[in-house]
Design a protein around this ligand. Sequence first.
Ligand code: ZN
Length: 454
Amino acid sequence: MKLHAKNILLAQGWAQDQLVTIAQGKIVNIEPIGSQTSDVTKALVIPGMVNCHSHAFQRAFAGFSEQGSEQGDSFWTWRAIMYKFLAQLSAQDAQVIATQLYIEMLKMGYTRVAEFHYLHHDIDGQTYPELSTMAKAIFDASKNSGIGLTMLPVLYRHSGFGEQAPNEGQARFINDVVQFNQLVSECVELTDTYENTNVGIAPHSLRAVDKASLEKAVSHVRALDEHAPIHIHIAEQQKEVDDCLAHYQKRPVQWLLDNIELDQHWCLIHATHIDESERQGIIKQGAIAGICPTTEANLGDGIFPSTEFIAEGGTWAIGSDSHISVNPVEELRWLEYAQRLIKQQRAILATPKQPSVGRHLWQHAAKGGGQSCGLQLGEIAIGQQADLLVLDSELLSCYANSDQHLLDSLVFASQQPAIDDVMVNGQWVIERKQHKLAEQSQAQFAQLLGRLSA
Ligand code: ZN
């Protein structure tokens, strides 16, 4: 396909009247169009966003845990509601929820999702004859919706530091390492039949995984794919940091830095509570910080030190995690706003080289997101996967009058979805704001929601 982009955000900046040649899902050439012909012309093209952290099933109870109670609410009371909710979900339900969620993601500009998948067993906690039954529901949702999928099966062993026995609500998550590694291998086999998918692993957290299990899981996935992404929840809550200090006499990120060889394939989700040396350690190892601003706000987690991390050259990505918001614009907006509120300053997450906050955030989040999936995507450049967004130029003309302000207007001022078309892996999956399965998916999802109780 030859796409004529009148205005396009390339890795090095905005360019006009470019002919983008796409073959087998990849960008194979970009050059000024001159007198050449094209298959299609679009006015305003930017890279698709990567969602580095998702628990798809949580979309179905977003909004069900916003009522105060006498004993007070916290992350841990939210988690109790979430456990009660997920106990009801079948594999078919998981597929209905994920399909609806992934269509919503595409409409809002996410072209790939890293699914931190921990619902493995049936409603009674029994192992399915085929270990990957629940994972397959997610693969099917990615196929139905057209979003790219990085499947990260979660290793979950214990309910707390010191190998505490899992509680009842965790029965569907638990695998020993042998069974877990088998699940990972089954997921890798599924990538042969599901287009635009790959597999990594997600040791859930240091509280849920002991050192020996962590090492075995890492060495198994590394034997299958030396570049496989590895994601871990690391320091979301202060209680988790305190428990880690009590057990290991080290803060979680510090323990990880001292015990595991971190590299650019590791993505540390919610590295919220870190000190200066942990922050510098993540950057030195080239690992990625996976930040989920709206979920971290919603759950009362705390605020990641983005100003310092970005100023020191750290790599980061964004995720919608609990799906209280499914909108990269809102994630990026709140990433910046949290810093403005703390520092009492403005336009913080920009660099001298790239003074537009909106453009800096969008481009960096997309590129860091591609790295968090272990793939060449997130930028519009030759050799990258063709994951593109066509913006609603008519709508944005009400906000910006030049390229200089365009992504600032998108990130900070737009009040409604500003994406017309979405291309994933060289295929149009949203055209004129429509997805072909949207109505059917929404009806199935609403019916499911009516059946579930929170
Ligand atoms: Zn999470």
